[in-house]
Ligand binder design. Structure first.
Ligand SMILES: NC(=O)c1ccc[n+]([C@@H]2O[C@H](COP(=O)([O-])OP(=O)(O)OC[C@H]3O[C@@H](n4cnc5c(N)ncnc54)[C@H](OP(=O)(O)O)[C@@H]3O)[C@@H](O)[C@H]2O)c1
Length: 271
């Protein structure tokens, strides 16, 4: 059933920046036919780039609003009000509107579009582009199970999907939405530490990239917790124990919890 929908529903994407591109690449990977995908951006240069790279057509926001069965919004949260004012009169009432915007609540979109509009909020992350994303979905009040099933199916082509109640969206956004940036920052810090000890940046980057890929695979596939895996590589009084002691002195756990709280608070402010 859902598969049939993938082969026949027209998908519109408004905003193809970092996130919109990750979603677009994921949709194609999930088997959505390119001729059913249409997008809009503001700059002509970007429009030509996306058309060429993904072999999909562009259209105006209004045309997408009218003609899409599933309308994906991936503009910056700051641009949402203006966009909703532009498209609200044209959005197909039976379309499923999916917002990828941090902070923006489904009630806000329902109020701006149509109280009965099917609105789903998704907190994605950019590894979707490589089929390894994490999408967290929350349904608005008029969403049918078949809408959720369809969205789940296309997002599954882009990685994993979980559903949470909407009041957890700020916290989950601060966990997996911003999460890739936390790991990138950590990689930058390790590369920097390696360079300080005389390793070239190129070699350090290769060492750290393979290490994070290997560690992620162990975590995903070994069935063991991060604590167990950490303990397994930490011999008492060994070199890893020395490094972890320095993390503890610097209160790494507190620092990360504070950073995540700041991200969640910001998501809440963007509502
Ligand atoms: N980046 C992430 O890791 C991430 C993670 C989770 C959630 N998100 C959410 O994803 C959304 C997009 O973030 P981003 O990082 O992808 O931003 P971005 O790179 O700045 O992309 C925004 C895109 O929206 C287009 N756009 C803006 N206003 C438009 C309008 N009125 N009509 C048509 N297109 C319009 C821009 O087009 P032009 O380039 O032509 O201006 C651009 O393609 C945000 O709401 C964010 O909360 C992002």
């Amino acid at each position: 059933m859902a598969n049939l929908k993938i082969q026949s529903s027209r998908v519109g994407i408004i905003g193809v920046g970092n996130m919109g591109e990750a979603v677009l690449a994921g949709l194609i990977k999930a088997g959505v036919p390119q001729e059913l995908i249409c997008f809009s951006v503001r700059s002509t240069e970007r429009k030509i780039e996306v058309e060429k790279k993904y072999q999909v057509k562009s259209a105006s926001n209004i045309a997408l609003a009218k003609e899409s069965d599933i309308l994906l919004l991936a503009v910056k949260p700051q641009g949402l009000d203006e966009l909703l004012t532009e498209i609200a009169p044209s959005v197909n009432p039976s379309a499923v509107v999916v917002s990828f915007l941090a902070g923006k609540r489904t009630v806000l979109l329902e109020a701006a579009l149509n109280p009965k509009q099917s609105v789903i909020r998704v907190m994605p992350n950019t590894p979707m582009m490589f089929g390894e994303g994490m999408s967290i979905i929350s349904a608005g009040k008029s969403v049918k199970e078949s809408d959720l099933e369809y969205l789940r199916e296309i997002l599954l082509g882009c990685g994993k999907v979980i559903e949470v109640s909407e009041d957890l969206q700020d916290a989950t956004a601060a966990t997996s939405g911003s999460g890739p940036a936390y790991f990138f920052a950590f990689v930058e810090a390790i590369v920097n530490g390696a360079v300080k000890m005389g390793i070239s940046e190129k070699v350090a980057t290769e060492l750290v990239t393979q290490t994070i890929v290997g560690a992620a695979k162990m975590l995903a596939e070994s069935g063991k917790s991060a604590s167990t895996l950490r303990e397994n590589v930490t011999s008492p009084k060994g070199m890893t124990a020395e490094a972890l002691a320095v993390f503890n002195e610097g209160k790494l756990q507190d620092l990360v919890a504070r950073a995540m709280k700041a991200a969640a608070d910001r998501s809440h402010e963007l509502a």
